[in-house]
Design a protein around this ligand. Structure first.
Ligand code: ZN
Length: 241
């Protein structure tokens, strides 16, 4: 069973509620829950401990993270807990505007800045790493009729893989789906998902997020190893006195 926490900053957002009643985290959880091997919970910024307490993160195999206007409200110690949980093996799927969240910028060591245009543009997404597990079951290309333009240059370190590349009708291109590895944790960033355009109802987007959860989920074998966050090394297991 894969334990998934779908986290959304949420708050008082009538425009988001108009497209995703109760918040987009509910819509994401709803399609993930159709997988019998997924156990899905949700949390928001206004929950106790921002919904991201260390004990919660320690039993989470994959955190799906969406945030936009309230990045600054996430306390530094909570952002650090997310970063450290990834180092210890928790997978994370950063969606859309999470590129400017503290956990994303701290994990990638970048500003996460990009070109941006808030307009309902048609986006065509191309699979640019067809052998990658996150691309399995996807067509070579598909379109989203309305998405917010995110364009290059996207300030990120060189990704492990550029699985999806987006082209917008305004002419811009973007590395729309990229992976990183940090510590024992796998990271996937995916660009579609503006809160008023309904991308999370798209079957291809849903398939990508499902694949990303399977790809990034905590690897039990790896987490049995010493944790890279430990400041003091433990006694070697095989040591005999
Ligand atoms: Zn947006």
């Amino acid at each position: 069973m894969t334990n998934i926490l779908v986290w959304n900053e949420y708050g008082n957002k009538p425009a988001e509620d108009a497209v995703y009643p109760g918040g987009l985290h509910k819509a994401i959880a709803a399609f993930l829950q159709k997988n019998k091997d997924f156990s899905v919970t949700t949390a928001t910024l206004d929950d106790e401990g921002c919904g991201l307490k260390k004990e919660t993160l320690d039993k989470t195999d994959v955190l799906v993270y969406w945030a936009h206007c309230r990045h600054h409200e996430l306390p530094d110690d909570v952002a650090a807990a997310v970063r450290d949980a990834v180092h210890r093996g928790m997978g994370v799927v950063f969606l859309h505007s999470a590129h400017k969240s503290k956990p994303f910028m701290w994990l990638t060591g970048s500003s996460g800045s990009l070109k941006w245009r808030e307009a309902a543009e048609r986006e065509r997404i191309w699979v640019t790493d067809p052998t990658h597990p996150i691309a399995q079951g996807l067509p070579e290309t598909f379109a989203l009729e309305h998405e917010e333009m995110y364009g290059e240059y996207f300030d990120i370190p060189k990704p492990d893989s550029v699985i999806f590349t987006g082209w917008f009708e305004g002419g811009n291109v973007f590395r729309s789906g990229v992976t990183f590895t940090r510590g024992y944790g796998k990271i996937f960033y995916f660009q579609p998902g503006h809160e008023t355009f309904g991308a999370f109802y798209d079957k291809n987007v849903q398939k990508i997020i499902e694949n990303a959860v399977r790809f990034t989920k905590r690897n039990v074998l790896l987490t049995q190893l010493d944790c890279p966050n430990e400041t003091e090394s433990k006694e070697p297991i095989a040591k005999k006195s």
